[in-house]
Design a protein around this ligand. Structure first.
Ligand code: G3H
Ligand code: 13P
Ligand code: ZN
Length: 306
């Protein structure tokens, strides 16, 4: 059932849990995410990146999103993930996404405020909410020194000023996560004290990007059936649960879905050497995604919150 992202996230903030936001690139991934959310009775956000729009087209993804929402029994919204190109963000606002992310994090503070503020004003005129980003979403190990880390992770005072000036609805913060499967060289490490400080200053829902867990079992399965990802490391269950407890209300996950998909496809192709029906090839991938997303939803505490 189509629901505003803001409605879901404000409810999550009150209930102290996080809504899972999963990236979709095609129909099957979207269907699997919705099936997982239905089986967990959880609200869910499907999001499309600029890369997925380049791959499938905004109209196609919007059509998939609309049909998923129409036929689903749980609250669901379609969100633009990491809109960096202002034209794409405006296109998504006009096309009718429930919410958009404007990612101005590569700009310096004042310019990020200016650009975000103008997107917020357009989006709000159409009752669409906006996620903005402050700080660099890169692993703590990407920073050469403590000073460098401090300059790149979200500054709590700046976050307060940023929200006040932009009037954004949700804020993506940098506390040491990174996108992709190789987030840390050894083990999960987030700056949770920084999250506590940001939470004191910022009253809107907070968003954690780069939150994939990269479960060892998923990496092992890919290896068992012929793949090799080296030594990826994701966010530990303990860190993720703690981040949610400390006030994260939207958790972005794409890599874990990709790992589940890849494990399923590799297994099928290795086991059924004569298979060439795409529907049969994608079935185990679909099931792997359902299991993975259900597990993530439980970790975020949003089961039975639909
Ligand atoms: O934030 C990154 C997401 O995983 C999207 O990745 O740009 O390859 O679609 P993508
Ligand atoms: P992961 O790469 O950790 O799944 O992060 C996805 C993300 O932040 C999408 O915006
Ligand atoms: Zn992200």
């Amino acid at each position: 059932m189509l629901t505003q992202t803001k409605t879901m996230l404000l409810k999550a903030k009150l209930g102290n849990y996080a809504v899972g936001a999963f990236n979709i690139n095609n129909m099957e991934i979207g269907q699997a995410i919705i099936e997982a959310a239905e089986r967990e009775h959880a609200p869910v956000i499907c999001q499309t990146s600029e890369g997925s729009i380049e791959y499938a087209g905004m109209d196609m993804l919007l059509a998939i999103g609309r049909e998923l929402a129409r036929s689903s029994k749980i609250p669901m919204s379609l969100h633009l993930d990491h809109g960096k190109n202002v034209d794409i963000v405006k296109q998504a606002i006009h096309a009718g996404y429930e919410s958009v992310m404007y990612d101005g994090s590569s700009h310096e503070f004042k310019r990020n405020i200016e650009l975000t503020r103008s997107i917020v004003s357009l989006a709000h005129s159409k009752s669409i909410s906006v996620e903005a980003e402050l700080g660099a979403i890169a692993g703590i190990e990407d920073f050469v020194s403590i000073e460098d880390q401090d300059a790149n992770l979200t500054n709590p005072e700046q976050a307060k000023e940023f929200v006040k000036q932009t009037k954004c609805d949700f804020l993506a913060i940098a506390i040491g996560t990174a996108h992709g499967a190789y987030k840390f060289t050894k083990k999960s490490k987030l700056d949770l004290n920084r999250l506590k400080e940001i939470k004191k200053q910022v009253k809107i829902p907070l968003v954690l990007h780069g939150a994939s867990s990269v479960p060892k079992s998923a990496v092992k399965k890919i290896k068992k059936y012929g793949g090799d990802l080296g030594k990826p490391v994701g966010v530990s269950n303990k860190d993720l649960k703690r981040a949610v407890k400390l006030g994260i209300n939207k958790v972005n996950t794409d890599t874990d879905v990709r790992l589940a998909f890849t494990g399923g496809v590799r297994k099928l192709l290795k086991k059924e050497k004569d298979q060439f029906d795409p529907r049969k090839i994608l079935k185990p991938a679909y099931e792997e995604i359902v299991d993975m997303v259900r597990w993530k939803i439980r970790l975020l505490g949003s089961s039975n919150k639909a």
